[in-house]
Design a protein around this ligand. Structure first.
Ligand SMILES: [Zn+2]
Length: 297
């Protein structure tokens, strides 16, 4: 089973030929902020990793909101130059096979299912804690994309309920109290700077592990917000597994307990031991691997 996965990031394009779960050839380039140049560069990168193979299935993970056909990006803060342009069809023409597009966070969830730590679970949520929070939902062993590829937007669930009003901030999406305003890696760093004068997440985590109260507050509040969000997912879908990826996955030890406290407080009749909160496995390659898995699905 061979496929080519494309990860279209705001700063880098990553392309890889994936064979039986391994990236056997990869290529990468800066993201040009011009639509025609993007198509040309991606076609060249795909040709490079295809290495003469013809007809290999291709899919791309894109950080954006799609139209109903998943052929065009309608909104994306980092890829504004692709908005309302025929991304899927132009890419397909340039590469010579029909390319599928998927949301980057969703395909990362698919990557965990097919190649990573989610293989053993039929149903789970992947939450990627980075600049924001991305989410991917696996149900019945399959990626749940929703009507237009946008399912699993865990970062924008409203979780302000258990917090004091002065700690509820506005999100980049315009709303107040979204999960990512409490628990993205960036927000934990900002909060750490405010409370402890330190904005390095590993340093803050060490302080918290050594019992520093202010540093602990940062992770307790982030964990509580993640738990409040996950509780809503649990109430709706009765899933039991949450995988945490992205830049903040190394601090999962500090997030797990407050997260579980909030989930059991919210979800009547369920116990802590019903839930599994684990690290995602794939790191920076999740997008590329997930796109390859999407191409094969
Ligand atoms: Zn939001």
């Amino acid at each position: 089973m061979v496929a080519i996965g494309i990860d279209i990031g705001g700063t880098r394009l990553k392309v890889g030929r994936v064979q039986e779960g391994y990236i056997v050839q990869r290529a990468s380039a800066e993201t040009p902020h011009d639509f025609d140049e993007l198509i040309n560069r991606l076609a060249a990168l795909v040709a490079e990793v295809a290495d003469g193979r013809i007809g290999v299935p291709v899919a791309a993970g894109v950080p954006g909101v799609f139209d109903d056909e998943q052929s065009m990006v309608l909104a994306s803060p980092n890829l504004t130059f692709t908005i309302n342009k025929p991304l899927r069809d132009r890419l397909s023409d340039a590469i010579g096979v029909k390319v599928r597009l998927g949301n980057d966070a969703s395909v990362a969830g698919l990557a965990e299912k097919v190649y990573g730590n989610g293989e053993q679970y039929s149903d789970f949520l992947l939450a990627t804690l980075g600049t924001g929070i991305g989410g991917g939902l696996i149900l019945n062993d399959r990626l749940w994309e929703g009507s237009a590829g946008m399912a699993g937007e865990f970062g924008h669930l409203g979780v302000g309920g258990p917090f004091e009003k002065e700690n509820i901030w506005q999100c980049g999406c315009g709303n107040y109290g979204c999960t990512e305003t409490f628990a993205s890696a960036s927000r934990m760093e900002q909060r750490g700077y405010k409370l402890c004068g330190i904005d390095s997440l590993p340093e803050l985590a060490d302080m918290a592990r050594n019992g520093d109260e202010a540093a602990l507050t940062v992770f307790q509040d982030a964990g509580k917000a993640l738990g409040e969000g996950f509780a809503q997912v649990v109430l709706l879908l009765d899933i039991r597994v949450m995988l945490i990826g992205g830049g903040a996955s190394p601090v999962i030890d500090l997030l797990r307990e407050p997260l579980l406290d909030q989930v059991v407080a919210r979800c009547d009749g369920r116990k802590r031991e019903n839930f599994i909160i684990e690290k995602a496995l794939l790191g920076n390659d999740a997008g590329l691997l997930g796109a390859a898995a999407l191409a094969l699905s």
